[in-house]
Write a protein that binds this ligand. Structure first.
Ligand code: AMP
Length: 191
């Protein structure tokens, strides 16, 4: 299996690059943000609970997102692999993911981390906020999302670096040029 963690701060382009990756590699895209937003749209209890946390830009508790991902992996056992987008965002999530995949006899192939300067991230997110309808694409929530990223999520890169699985690429440029950089890394891995 080809199991990729697409990593980076809010606004780095993880969702956009995931779309190109699933088309080319036929992988199952698992975005915890997308799954949570679908719960909100569906008006479920989980959605109602998550919305008040997400609107502030805080992280949803580990056990909630771990269970969500576990269900999705179990529902896609025949997959050629997964793109994890926005997950894992904490060390406990990363540990849980390693365990889940080991139980299925597989593992993370690599983490691809998109590097983008903070002023570029803020301008991308504010621009997205004009059309995304996302309640967390405003200045206060964006600041909090960056804080959460720095404090809880950034250590996840070291977690994969310790396993020699971290690949950093420049996340600035045209979508195609960034995709080329990702493909350059993925050419070393097979599904
Ligand atoms: P995203 O679409 O990845 O930017 O995620 C939007 C929001 O969903 C985040 O700011 C969090 O509130 C929540 N969220 C998404 N993924 C996770 C995760 N892995 N752990 C905790 N909260 C998450």
């Amino acid at each position: 299996m080809l199991n990729i963690v697409l990593f980076g701060p809010p606004g780095a382009g993880k969702g956009t690059q995931s779309q190109s990756l699933i088309e080319k590699y036929s992988l199952v895209h698992l975005s915890t943000g997308d799954i949570l937003r679908a719960e909100i749209t569906g008006g479920t209890e989980l959605g109602k609970y998550a919305k008040q946390i997400m609107d502030k830009g805080d992280l949803v508790p580990d056990e909630v997102v771990i269970q969500m991902i576990s269900n999705k992996i179990d529902a896609n056992l025949a997959a050629k692999g997964f793109i994890f987008d926005g997950f894992p965002r904490t060390i406990p999530q990363a540990q849980a993911l390693d365990e889940m995949l080991a139980q299925k006899g597989t593992q993370i192939s690599c983490m691809i981390s998109l590097t983008v300067p903070e002023d570029e991230l803020v301008s991308r997110l504010l621009k997205r906020g004009q059309t995304s309808g996302r309640a967390d694409d405003n200045e206060t929530a964006i600041r909090n999302r960056f804080n959460e990223y720095m404090m809880k999520t950034l250590p996840v890169a070291s977690f994969y670096q310790n396993q020699n699985k971290l690949y950093q690429i420049d996340g600035v440029g045209s979508l195609d040029s960034i995709f080329d950089r990702i493909e350059g890394i993925l050419s070393h891995f097979s599904a």
